[in-house]
Design a protein around this ligand. Structure first.
Ligand code: AMP
Length: 428
């Protein structure tokens, strides 16, 4: 059992075995010994690399061997994460790996009733997993005592900064003991994260796992160039293939996710949707149905899908092409997790070709173009019915505009200059 070399508590080894892990992933290999030795660590690792276990396992080990028996129910570890989904997922990981250990955990995040969270927090817990906003609100009101805290974990630090959590994080950190271990995980390492490390960490050890684990390398990626109005029908055709078992589909907008889900359901596909206008309960249910295989398709927007961990996603489909390359990497990282291979497909209508071009420049490679056989790529754009409510971003309108633009000559000033007449010898 290769995990034995870390010297973990026997209950943790058992849980790891039960999870079916045969060997540590690269980020676990590199980070676990440093965390065990008590160093501050900054790890550049994306979701899908096994990073959660890289901090949860050694911290559970520490709690399983308590040096501070005198405060049996004081908060020892605080883990901050950008979204409720990620916090809930870390919580699930702690529960799974901490089976058989007397470790109590509270998850504190918005969107759900706070009374239950307050009750758990007041009953005394060892680990708090939280999103910054709700934590600050609750612990401020409850005057939560963090004096016994040993470890602070900032998960997806880059994302938390992107989401504007810096002021909240600063206020939270101000209430924590100065002598503590601080672990920071981030998918990218921009200067804002570097500055966070400088302010909150003491001589951190850096863990950067090689390119090998980037989803951009482990996931098979392909591009379907398809007119916007045929993206839905193309998806339906693809879903008929048996290998499309568990398909995560990304749209850019919430209303796009709503419309696509309705479209799929009307065609008899079992589909659920996940976006930020849905209640926490609806989100949990959609996620659970997808995890359990009750829905073949989960339609999601970027904000909620980032970081969620679903085993065994067979395909990621970028129904709407992501606006920036970082989102692309995150989306496709939902498949091919922990070194398994996965498939990522992107639909690219003509008006998104520039985004594809930028992505390919970023990845420094050209992605494979695919075409589905026997699919009519020339089907006409359906008409907008009289009296039909116009959509905010109506692809039919945009497709028509593109077609009109193609068929009308550009205005005079944009035309290529007429070739200059050969200089004549006359008059010289
Ligand atoms: P994470 O990057 O923490 O979101 O983890 C991604 C996935 O990898 C999760 O489904 C974990 O259960 C799985 N995982 C974590 N560690 C290992 C391991 N050593 N071997 C195989 N799978 C793992």
């Amino acid at each position: 059992m290769p995990f034995r070399k870390f010297g973990f508590h026997s209950a943790i080894l058992k849980a790891v075995q039960k999870a079916g892990y045969t060997r540590p992933t690269p980020v676990q290999e590199a980070a676990i010994p440093k965390v065990m030795q008590g160093h501050d660590v900054i790890a550049i690792a994306q979701t899908g690399t096994g990073k959660t276990a890289a901090f949860v396992l050694p911290l559970l080990h520490r709690l399983a061997n308590p040096e501070r028996q005198q405060q049996p129910r004081a908060i020892r570890v605080l883990m901050l994460a950008p979204t409720r989904e990620l916090a809930a997922q870390i919580m699930e990981n702690i529960r799974a790996y901490g089976q058989g250990l007397p470790v109590r955990v509270a998850a504190i995040y918005g969107g759900v009733d706070e009374a239950a969270q307050i009750k758990v927090l007041q009953s005394g817990v060892h680990i708090v997993v939280a999103t910054p906003g709700r934590l600050l609100d609750l612990t401020g009101r409850l005057r939560t005592d963090f004096r016994a805290l040993d470890v602070l974990v900032l998960d997806e630090a880059d994302r938390m900064l992107d989401m504007g959590f810096l002021p909240d994080i600063e206020k939270i950190v101000a209430t924590l003991p100065k002598r503590r271990q601080t672990l920071m995980f981030s998918a990218t390492f921009p200067k804002e994260v570097e500055s966070l490390a400088r302010r909150f960490q003491y001589q951190p050890k850096m863990v950067q796992i090689g390119k090998r684990s980037s989803p951009a390398d482990t996931v098979n990626q392909s591009i379907y160039e398809v007119p916007a109005h045929l993206k839905g029908p193309l998806l339906l055709e693809l879903l008929k293939q048996p290998e499309f078992r568990k398909v995560l589909v990304f749209t850019r907008m919430k209303d796009g996710a709503d419309r696509l889900t309705e479209f799929l359901k009307a065609a008899g596909v079992k589909a659920a949707k996940l976006h930020s206008s849905r209640s926490q309960e609806q989100r949990n249910l959609a996620l659970q149905d997808f995890k359990d295989g009750k829905s073949q398709v989960l339609v999601a927007t970027d904000i909620v899908a980032r970081g969620i961990d679903i085993d065994d996603v067979s395909h990621v489909v970028n129904f709407d092409f992501p606006v920036n390359p970082q989102d692309y990497i995150h989306r496709i990282g939902r498949t091919g997790r922990a070194e398994a291979s996965g498939e990522a497909l992107s639909f690219v209508p003509e008006y998104d070709l520039n985004l594809l071009h930028i992505l390919e420049l970023t990845l420094a490679r050209r992605l494979l173009r695919k075409r589905l056989k026997n699919f009519n790529y020339r089907a006409p754009v359906p008409p907008i019915k009289p009296g039909e409510k116009p959509l905010r971003r109506d692809w039919r309108k945009r497709t028509r505009e593109m077609e009109t633009r193609k068929s009308t000559p550009p205005p005079r000033e944009h035309r290529a200059p007429a070739p200059r007449a050969k200089p004549s010898s006359e008059g010289s």
